[in-house]
Design a protein around this ligand. Structure first.
Ligand SMILES: [Ca+2]
Length: 280
């Protein structure tokens, strides 16, 4: 038998866990075309398509006052409504200045150590884009000394006309986090289009066993995977999931302005996946 043939047969005949892993990677969205019924799946902890017309306090523990519900013909991904968060920094010092605007979901009561966050994001082009923006900001519970976090961002060279934001992923500079060095330029996220972004985090066994992992998908394409990592040094689980977050002036004093839209947000304990077309 060829080496290829052995490689093909072995996992099928002798490695039942391989099949189980593949099954776990099957996105929930495949079972729920157009996300219909997805919110009722036992693995889904939060689902918001914003069609209720409000930022639900039952789902979001915090929403910055300027966050609002957008209605078509403003950008919406599904249905007629989406979440809209505007960002702006006036001209002038200080040179390093953030505009932190977000909605937050608290998952602390779930004691999650393995989880997925999916959302559709739309970055509207403006004449004065930011250099860096945070999209998902995942915090440990509790925060403070010894905390962990995972950040999914997109940045561009705002000094280059027409430059397109690119995803990157990192944590803050905790010495115990293997995400402390950013992975840059993972994939472009062009302006004025909807993009499906999903991050998976499996926390390591504390204090230092490297059995965690992080994966990131853009439009269902795996663009980042880091296995055998440590992200935390104690048993802190997931606390809050921040959607949106920062723009950063990034060292100058220019005006910054950005409009960002979100839709079809899901937090789950299984791979979610991009929305599948509804079956005909
Ligand atoms: Ca919607």
């Amino acid at each position: 038998m060829t080496r290829y043939g052995l490689g093909l047969l072995f996992p099928l005949l002798f490695c039942p866990w391989a099949a189980a892993a593949d099954k776990d990677d099957q996105p929930l969205s495949a079972r729920y075309p157009d996300d219909v019924g997805l919110r009722g799946d036992a693995a889904v902890l939060l689902f918001d398509d914003f069609e209720s017309g409000e930022i639900s306090k039952a789902k979001w523990s915090f929403a910055v006052p300027k966050a609002n519900i957008a209605t078509a013909p403003q950008p919406v991904h599904g249905g007629q409504r989406s979440l809209h968060i505007p960002y702006d920094l006036p001209e002038g010092p200080p040179a390093h200045r953030d505009c932190n605007r977000m909605v937050m979901a608290s998952l602390a009561g779930k004691r999650l150590e393995h989880f997925f966050v999916r959302g559709y994001v739309y970055l509207a082009s403006t004449p004065t884009p930011t250099a860096q923006r945070k999209l998902f900001y995942l915090f440990s519970q509790p925060r403070g000394e010894g905390q962990w976090d995972v950040i999914v961002s997109a940045w561009c060279k705002d000094t280059i006309p027409g430059d397109v934001p690119k995803h990157f992923i990192l944590s803050n500079f905790y010495p115990y986090s293997d995400l402390r060095l950013p992975a840059w330029n993972l994939a472009p996220v062009p302006y004025d289009a909807w993009h499906c972004l999903e991050v998976e985090v499996k926390l390591n066994t504390p204090p230092d066993r490297k059995d965690g992992w992080v994966r990131l998908w853009l439009n269902d394409k795996l663009i980042f995977e880091k296995r055998a990592v440590a992200l935390r040094k104690d048993d802190r689980w997931l606390g809050e999931v921040g959607i949106g977050y920062q723009i950063d002036r990034n060292g100058d004093t220019h005006v910054r302005h950005e409009e960002r839209y979100w839709d079809d947000l899901v937090i789950a304990t299984k791979r979610i996946g991009a929305k599948f077309p509804r079956a005909k």
